[in-house]
Design a protein around this ligand. Structure first.
Ligand code: NAI
Length: 332
């Protein structure tokens, strides 16, 4: 099967080629570095199968054009699929698959890395020591033990975050639209959203981006949070109203912010912008705060995860070629 792989980086090329080789090089993979958008979709002309990633914009217009170009299947190399118009894909008869659980540990561990780095100010300490400054002023943290962590979204990742944080002796409370009986084994208590906002010292987001979760962290929510709350988002940027969060940081209501995702990340992340003037003023303001750490959507990025993503993606394409049931098809 001829496959056009969009948003492909060196690591995608290496691991997808390896996964394809393991299947006897069944597929002919063409790697394209650009994101799949309306402007780049002409590269997909004649490819029955496309593979795409989190910041590709696969909306109705793109899908309509792809269908005309001969595309019948899109294998997403991600768990989240908020960037794909699934309804339109169904209408145009394009099957969409994803990788539902390539490594929930990877994202959960990165979440905890952000919590610890922010609390113990590892980012500041690293720079200070390199400059021969061993002063401890401004580096005081707090014990995680005894703190209340509020987890929003108790699926695979939220559950792993709870598992790890239980080891730190934190109290875990959670909100989810659909309760997960497995989650309660971490001595976690489900609450309503407002109670979670009111009681948590640390709030961590692990729900998908949906119309009802868009800007779930906004001015109103921040208003009822504890003074000095820590907010962590390793899920999707649009869960947070960034302007409201900047305001919360300025008036010190928010004490710490750890982001692996950002509302407008598609024009920034996954590329080297070090020689380019960043014109996104909100992002530029965000990274000036001493109590903010931003990573560029790397929570998933472990060797285990990339291997799994590549293998599952190649499997989905093989199932499609063999007209088998698509194990990881997104059905609505
Ligand atoms: P999952 O599907 O296992 O869990 C999501 C949970 O959110 C479910 O328990 C679901 O009931 C809950 N949920 C649904 N609607 C909700 C609502 N309105 N309010 C509160 N909770 C709601 O998904 P998983 O694997 O745990 O991933 C969570 C999110 O993490 C993904 O949607 C994706 O956006 C993000 N992600 C980020 C990555 C990164 O590299 N930063 C990598 C992989 C996923």
């Amino acid at each position: 099967m001829k496959v056009a792989v969009f948003s492909s980086k060196n690591y995608d090329i290496k691991y997808l080629n390896e996964a394809n080789e393991a299947k006897g090089n069944m597929h002919e993979l063409s790697f394209f570095e650009p994101r799949l958008t309306y402007d780049t979709l002409s590269m997909a002309y004649g490819y029955k199968v496309i593979s795409a990633f989190v910041n590709d914009r696969i909306d109705r217009n793109v899908l309509e054009k792809l269908k005309k170009n001969g595309t019948e299947m899109i294998a997403m190399r991600s768990a989240g699929f908020n960037n794909v118009d699934i309804k339109a894909a169904k209408e145009f008869g394009i099957s969409i698959t994803r990788v539902p659980a390539y490594s929930p540990n990877a994202v959960a561990e990165h979440t905890v890395a952000l919590i610890l780095a922010l609390n113990r100010k590892v980012h500041k300490a690293y720079n200070r020591v390199r400059e021969g400054n061993f002063s401890l002023d401004g580096l005081m943290g707090f014990d995680l033990a005894g703190k209340t962590v509020g987890i929003i979204g108790t699926g695979k990742i939220g559950q792993n975050v709870a598992r790890i944080l239980k080891g730190f002796d934190t109290k875990i409370i959670a909100y989810d639209k659909y309760k997960n009986p497995e989650f309660e084994k971490y001595d976690a208590e489900y609450t309503d959203l407002d109670t979670l906002f009111e009681k948590s010292d640390i709030i961590s987001l692990h729900c998908p981006l949906l119309p009802e979760t868009y800007h779930i962290i906004n001015k109103r929510a921040i208003g009822i949070m504890k003074e000095g709350v820590m907010i962590i988002n390793t899920s999707r940027g649009e869960l947070i109203d960034t302007l409201d969060v900047v305001e919360g940081l300025k008036n010190r209501k928010i004490g710490y912010l750890g982001l692996d995702v950002y509302e407008e990340e598609e024009d920034l992340f996954f590329k080297d912008m070090s020689d380019i003037v960043i014109t996104d003023d909100v992002f530029s303001r965000l990274i000036t705060f001493p109590n903010v750490i931003v990573t560029g959507h790397q929570a998933f990025f472990t060797e285990n995860a990339i291997k799994n993503i590549s293998e599952v993606t190649i499997n989905s394409i093989t199932e499609f070629e063999n007209s088998e049931t698509l194990t990881n098809e997104i059905i609505i």
